[in-house]
Design a binder for this molecule. Structure first.
Ligand SMILES: [Zn+2]
Length: 409
C-alpha cells in the first residue's frame, strides 16, 4: 500500500468533527489530539520548527537545500471534518479494481453508492476507491489533503537532489465551521504564497470564489383588529412578500450555477406587527456584487416611500470577497500549479468556488492562497469517496510545484 493511502487510513480514524456551538478554540478536543499526533509525525520525519500552538495550529518547516533565491511556499490543509455528518468511528472500505456497478456501502442498512446518482463513478472503472461504510462521512475533506502534503514533504526529504526553497506546512482546525483562519498567524507563517490542498476531483484548481454579503431586514407593521382595519392596518408579512417579489426571480440558488450570482432568502419569520428576513447575496463579479447590494437598497427605499419612512430597516454586511482580485496580481501561483499538473499528464480544471474558502480569507490577509485538488468526491456526507490514484497524483503535483519553483530560482 502506498504511503499516502497508509497515512490517510490512519488519519480518518481520529474523531475531529468540529462544533459550531462550542466556544473553545479549537472547537473540539479531538482536533487537538490529532494535532499532537501530526506534530509527532512531522518531528519524526525530521522537519524543523514543528509546533502546535495554543490554538491548535500545527506548523513546520522543510528548510531550503540550496542558496538560490526561491520563494517560500506554504501548503495548508484542515484537520476538522464537517459537523453535517458523523465523523466518529469511520470505517473506510477499500474497493479494488472497481467494476463500474453500484457499490453497497452498508448491506444491513441498505445504503448504496449508486452510479445513477453519482455517474462520475464510471470514470473510475478499474481503479481502487476508498468509501465509507455508509454510517459516517469519510473525512477525505480534508485528511486526504494532510496525508498528501506530508507524503510529498517526505518525498522531498528522501530526494535531496530536488532543489527547493523553504517549504512550510500548516494544518488548521475548525475550517468547516468558518473559523479556520481566525487565529492564523500569517506573519509568523512567513510564506510568499500558499496553496490549500482542500479541493475535489483530480485536476481541479480554484482561485475564484463568491463575493458575499448578508442582508438583515426588519419590517415594522401596524396591527389593528381585522374587523376595523380598513385604511389602518399595515401587515408586515405582506410587505415582506412584496419585497421578495421585487427581486429577480431567476437570481436564486435553485436557478443558478457556474459564475452566476444570486439572492438567497434564508429565513423569513413574521407576524402582522413585525417581520424579519435574512438574505445572503453572492456574486463573483465585483461590480455585479455591488449592483446587487444597491438594488436591494433601492427596493427598501421604494417600500419606505410607499408605507412610510422607517417601515423597512436594512442591515447590509459584507462577509468575504473573491480572492481572484488578490491572486490575479500573482498569477504565477496558479500557472505554476497548472504547469505541474500538465507535466504529470493531468489536465487542470479551473472551477469557481460557489462559496468561500479559508484560502480566500488568507488571500485578503496578505497570503495569496489558491486551492488544489485532493481527489475526493461528495464531501460532508456518507457518499464521500476518494480514488487512491488521485491521492497519489496530488502528492506528485505538490512535489512538482516545489520542484518547478526550485528551478525558477
Ligand atoms: Zn475542506
Amino acid at each position: 500500500m502506498s504511503k499516502v493511502v497508509e497515512r490517510f487510513l490512519k488519519y480518518v480514524k481520529y474523531h475531529t468533527t468540529s462544533d459550531e456551538n462550542s466556544n473553545t478554540f479549537p472547537s473540539t478536543e479531538g482536533q487537538l489530539i490529532f494535532a499532537r499526533e501530526l506534530a509527532k509525525e512531522l518531528k519524526e520525519l525530521g522537519l524543523s520548527e514543528v509546533e502546535v500552538d495554543e490554538n491548535g495550529y500545527v506548523t513546520a518547516l522543510l528548510p531550503a537545500n540550496t542558496d538560490k533565491k526561491i520563494p517560500t511556499i506554504g501548503f495548508i490543509a484542515h484537520m476538522d471534518t464537517s459537523p453535517d455528518m458523523c465523523g466518529k468511528d469511520v470505517k473506510p472500505q477499500i474497493i479494488e479494481n472497481y467494476d463500474g456497478n453500484d457499490i453497497v456501502l452498508n448491506k444491513e442498512k441498505g445504503i448504496i453508492l449508486s452510479t445513477s446518482e453519482f455517474p462520475e463513478l464510471k470514470n473510475y472503472i478499474g481503479k481502487t476507491l476508498i468509501t465509507t461504510d455508509g454510517t459516517t462521512l469519510l473525512g477525505a475533506d480534508d485528511k486526504a489533503g494532510i496525508a498528501e502534503i506530508i507524503t510529498a514533504i517526505e518525498y522531498l526529504i528522501n530526494h535531496p537532489e530536488i532543489e527547493h526553497g523553504n517549504v512550510k506546512i500548516a494544518f488548521t482546525p475548525d475550517e468547516e465551521i468558518g473559523r479556520g483562519v481566525d487565529k492564523f498567524n500569517v506573519k509568523k507563517f512567513a510564506c510568499d504564497f500558499a496553496y490549500t490542498v482542500d479541493g475535489g476531483e483530480l485536476g481541479t484548481i480554484e482561485y475564484e470564489n463568491f463575493n458575499a454579503a448578508s442582508a438583515k431586514i426588519k419590517i415594522h407593521g401596524r396591527n389593528v383588529h381585522p374587523g376595523t382595519a380598513k385604511g389602518k392596518m399595515k401587515n408586515s408579512i405582506l410587505i415582506g412578500i412584496e419585497l421578495q417579489n421585487m427581486l429577480p426571480e431567476l437570481e436564486r440558488p435553485e436557478h443558478t450555477e457556474g459564475y452566476q450570482g444570486f439572492y438567497h432568502l434564508n429565513n423569513f419569520q413574521g407576524t402582522v406587527e413585525e417581520t424579519s428576513m435574512y438574505y445572503i447575496i453572492r456574486d463573483f463579479d465585483k461590480q455585479a456584487f455591488s449592483d446587487k447590494k444597491e438594488y436591494i437598497k433601492s427596493i427598501v427605499e421604494a417600500l419606505n416611500k410607499k408605507y412610510g419612512e422607517g417601515t423597512v430597516e436594512l442591515e447590509l454586511k459584507d462577509q468575504y470577497y473573491n480572492m481572484r482580485e488578490v491572486i490575479e496580481k500573482h498569477m504565477h501561483i496558479v500557472e505554476t500549479a497548472m504547469e505541474a499538473m500538465r507535466s504529470l499528464g493531468i489536465e487542470p480544471k479551473v472551477v469557481p468556488i460557489r462559496g468561500g474558502t479559508d484560502g480566500a480569507r488568507l488571500s485578503f490577509m496578505g497570503l495569496p492562497t489558491p486551492n488544489l485538488f485532493t481527489g475526493g468526491h461528495n464531501f460532508h456526507g456518507k457518499y464521500e469517496f476518494i480514488p487512491i490514484h488521485a491521492m497519489e497524483k496530488a502528492v506528485e503535483v505538490i512535489v512538482k510545484i516545489v520542484e518547478l519553483y526550485g528551478k525558477k530560482g
